[in-house]
Design a protein around this ligand. Structure first.
Ligand SMILES: *[C@@H]1O[C@H](CO)[C@@H](O)[C@H](O)[C@H]1NC(C)=O
Ligand SMILES: *[C@@H]1O[C@H](CO)[C@@H](O)[C@H](O)[C@H]1NC(C)=O
Length: 774
């Protein structure tokens, strides 16, 4: 799994490497073994004895790295492939999964979300100071002002966790804000060996990512926070006063080549035992079926314990089918922009001006036009990568005292600037190519530098290469707020359709994830690259890694206000009150296309926490509903057991369908006869009809809700029955059925969108609808 930020710190991957010197002995790998406790032979008194015996059956020497009790039943160990196969064939062993490596994928945010205006709404209706948010990440920098506990009450009585000491971290590093911290490194150590000479063996964050996500979710207010004066204001988390939080440093591994699933699963195991209310995971990995995905497995147990799990959707957008973390019991969060920007525009010698962004702070360029050269014309490299300003690729005589135009791609953005500087250049313009389009990410560059979109980049390049003495200047304008339109969907934010379960619409929603200011580790510079010796208390970075903890913090606020709400009810409240249009009625834009975004980009829309507090109605889900969902996927009993940790047989008399799964959104798929891969699973030919049933629970005052359907799908008739739902008391449930009738079949991969809204005049309970043909 990787940390889901767009920040270049992942270069460390290349420095470390995990190649095993292979000799003649068969290579061992880490496996996670899931067992069916209900099938334990009577000869064992304790399940741990049985686990041990199963391992001994295949290996005399293999050690258990972890045993899992709450998030899963089983253990992690290192085996050869043959041993793993033989273990998988033992009775009671459900699956033997090879370890996967996951990768790590805000002063202004609270007021942008409307929280500045109505924090009292949360305070009054809340016993929320007992909400505990668990963050699985790279650890925490406990000295950050974001973790100041002034004014907070005692640690919640429900808390069962610890504050684990270690390198540069003691039990006294925790307080009434940061109530605990723990690291999980055994899976990592089993692969890389001892790592203490390189990184803190403790919850201390040597990376920055974990401090940033944790302070975004629940950081205390810090006045006068900024990065080099950019984005000045009060930095605070989403749940500053109410949200108690602690951090588990499970993902120590993320900065040296990935986060190990055996460690992640153990951290979830422990978080459940510690009684957290919300789990925040800004990481993701290869997409696989839920029974093979350790995060999906572990978080199912978390859901059963009433824990809302919020995960980043991934930074693989704008490509379709690029989502991570799509299990229905996970809240999947994409990223949008704030109304804040850091302009640093370029003007060229021919009198044109181009918009750019930068967080450069330092001695600026003289405010005159300076010579500029295209890196592709000043490189030792003959291949097409010559324009990318990769290390040691520039010819010093050609760039000396010039601004260098570098193309974005492959190497970290800030490193390109360092390369220009080292070769004698005085400034850099970083041009997007097709891969990033018009998406601009502001960086704290090491020399005067700005980033421009693809169109501007192409125009500047054209000017530079077609003139004999091209010149340019960069004007750094600082922080600009009130940028419109905002939000827009970030280009990097991963997009639907959901590749694992197309019938489940994902992502669920978007939240701020571009240029977010939050706490930082003082063990590294703001850009994370080795040559950056600057140290900062706050940093501005982007990614769905940043949007996920916004939702984690908001979920904590809702949990505090409504302690009896299930995780599904909290997610429903966030989704049905999210907005997908601007105040003028236009749909939220997608920066990747410049066009209106769709539910495949933004899910239900952008979170609106103040409305979420009072959603009126919610779509609730129980563990049985999720088990029914797995039955609808035709999972085998052992696949279901490895997720649900119990034997569960789908009832052969029950007709399980995802169309009746009580999710707050709709994904409707019509199959064309020619492309029907599996004719048994859907209608053979169109036009055709589908019914989806949902149940709404009243969490507000009594009321009469009327339905409205808005649709751009002229090919599909959408009708709702009944059209009015009357609720007379709290917790009353009412069902309705939506019938989708395709009056015309469309070419495969056609998508159409609609919206279903229930309103009593005060509350609006909205659901996005995505219709596709395959
Ligand atoms: C512990 O922290 C100090 C001060 O921040 C630092 O100088 C030292 O290198 C750290 N030790 C380790 C092992 O990280
Ligand atoms: C500079 O690079 C451009 C684009 O790669 C190329 O067309 C042009 O011929 C180069 N100019 C010189 C002087 O090498």
């Amino acid at each position: 799994m990787r940390l889901l930020i767009t920040f270049p710190l992942m270069m460390v991957i290349f420095v470390m490497g995990f190649c095993h010197v292979s000799s003649s002995t068969p290579e061992k790998k880490t496996y996670i073994v899931h067992l069916a406790k209900s099938q334990m032979p009577a000869t064992y008194d304790h399940h741990l004895d049985w686990y041990e015996a199963s391992l001994r059956h295949v290996s005399d020497t293999a050690k258990m790295i972890y045993t899992y009790t709450t998030a899963a039943h089983g253990y992690a160990t290192r085996l050869t492939e043959l041993e793993a196969e033989s273990l998988a064939s033992l009775p009671g062993v459900l699956t033997v999964l090879p370890e996967t490596r996951y990768e790590l994928h805000t002063t202004r945010t609270p007021s942008f979300l409307g929280l500045d205006h109505t924090p009292d709404a949360f305070l009054q209706s809340s016993t929320g100071s007992d909400v505990i948010i668990g963050v699985l990440d790279t650890g925490v920098w406990p000295e950050s002002k974001s973790f100041d506990d002034t004014g907070l009450g005692p640690v919640p009585k429900t808390w069962r966790g610890t504050c684990q000491s270690g390198t540069n971290f003691s039990a006294s590093s925790c307080n009434r804000k940061l109530i605990g911290a723990q690291y999980f490194s055994q899976g990592y150590e089993a692969v890389v060996g001892s790592f203490e000479s390189r990184e803190s063996k403790s919850p201390r964050d040597d990376d920055g990512h974990g401090t940033h996500t944790a302070s975004t979710a629940a950081g205390s207010p810090v006045e006068g926070a900024s990065l080099f004066g950019f984005a000045p204001g009060t930095a605070r988390g989403m749940a500053p006063r109410l949200g108690w939080r602690y951090i588990r440093k499970s993902l120590l591994v993320c900065w040296t080549g990935g986060c190990f699933s055996s460690d992640i699963l153990k951290a979830i195991d422990k978080a459940i035992e510690d009684n957290v209310n919300v789990l925040s995971l800004s990481l993701g990995g290869g997409m696989s079926d839920y029974y093979k995905d350790s995060v999906a497995i572990g978080t199912f147990a978390a859901m059963e314990h009433g824990i809302l799990v919020s995960c980043s959707a991934g930074n693989a957008g704008p490509t379709p089918f690029s989502l991570s973390n799509v299990a229905p019991w996970i809240t999947t969060v994409g990223a949008g922009t704030l109304d804040r920007d850091f302009p640093a525009s370029v003007s060229t010698g021919d009198g044109k001006t181009f918009f750019g962004v930068s967080l450069f702070r330092g001695k600026s360029l003289p405010r005159i036009h300076l010579p500029i050269v295209y890196a592709g014309n000043a490189t030792k490299v003959t291949s097409s990568t010559g324009s990318l300003c990769m290390p040691d690729s520039l010819i010093p005589e050609k760039v000396k005292d010039k601004i260098v135009l570098c193309d974005r791609g492959i190497s970290p953005r800030v490193q390109k600037g360092a390369v220009v500087k080292e070769a004698g250049g005085i400034g850099m313009i970083l041009a997007n190519t097709e891969a990033n389009g018009e998406e601009l990410v502001a960086d704290a560059h090491l020399l005067p530098a700005t980033a421009v979109g693809q169109k501007s980049g192409d125009a500047i390049r054209e000017y530079v290469v077609s003139n004999s003495k091209p010149t340019a200047s960069i004007l750094f304008e600082g922080t600009k707020v009130g940028v419109q339109p905002s939000p827009v969907v970030a280009a990097f934010s991963s997009r639907g359709p959901n590749g694992i379960t197309p019938a489940l619409l994902k992502p669920d929603m978007i939240a701020p994830g571009v240029n977010i200011l939050a706490g930082w580790s003082e063990a590294v510079g703001p850009t994370g690259i080795a040559t950056d010796t600057r140290r900062v208390q706050f940093n501005i970075i982007s990614g769905t890694s940043m949007s996920c903890p916004h939702v984690s913090g908001l979920a904590g606020l809702l949990k505090g206000a409504h302690p009896d709400w299930s995780p599904a009810a909290i997610r429903s409240a966030l989704m049905t009150t999210a907005y997908s249009t601007y105040k003028n009625g236009e749909r939220i834009k997608d920066v990747a296309t410049g066009k209106p975004s769709t539910p495949l980009d933004h899910g239900a829309g952008h979170v609106d926490p103040v409305s979420a507090l009072n959603p009126g109605l919610v779509y609730d889900l129980t563990t049985d509903d999720y088990l029914g969902f797995l039955c609808a996927l035709n999972y085998t009993p052992s696949q279901i057991s490895s997720i649900a940790r119990r034997s569960f047989a789908c009832d052969s008399k029950n007709k399980y369908t995802i169309t009746d799964f009580n999710y707050p959104s709709f994904a409707v798929s019509f199959k064309n006869p020619i492309s029907a891969v599996n004719p048994a699973s859907g209608p053979k030919s169109g036009p055709t009809m589908m019914k989806h049933t949902r149940s709404l629970t009243n969490v507000g005052p009594p009321g009469s809700y009327k339905v409205t359907v808005t649709s751009e799908a002229t090919e599909v008739k959408i009708s709702v029955e009944p059209e009015v739902l009357r609720f007379s008391k709290v917790n009353e449930k009412k069902s309705y059925t939506v019938t989708f009738t395709a009056e015309k079949m469309m070419p495969s991969d056609t998508n159409r969108f609609a919206r279903i809204e229930w309103s009593d005049g005060k509350h609006v309970v909205g659901s996005p609808v995505a219709i596709s043909w395959s």
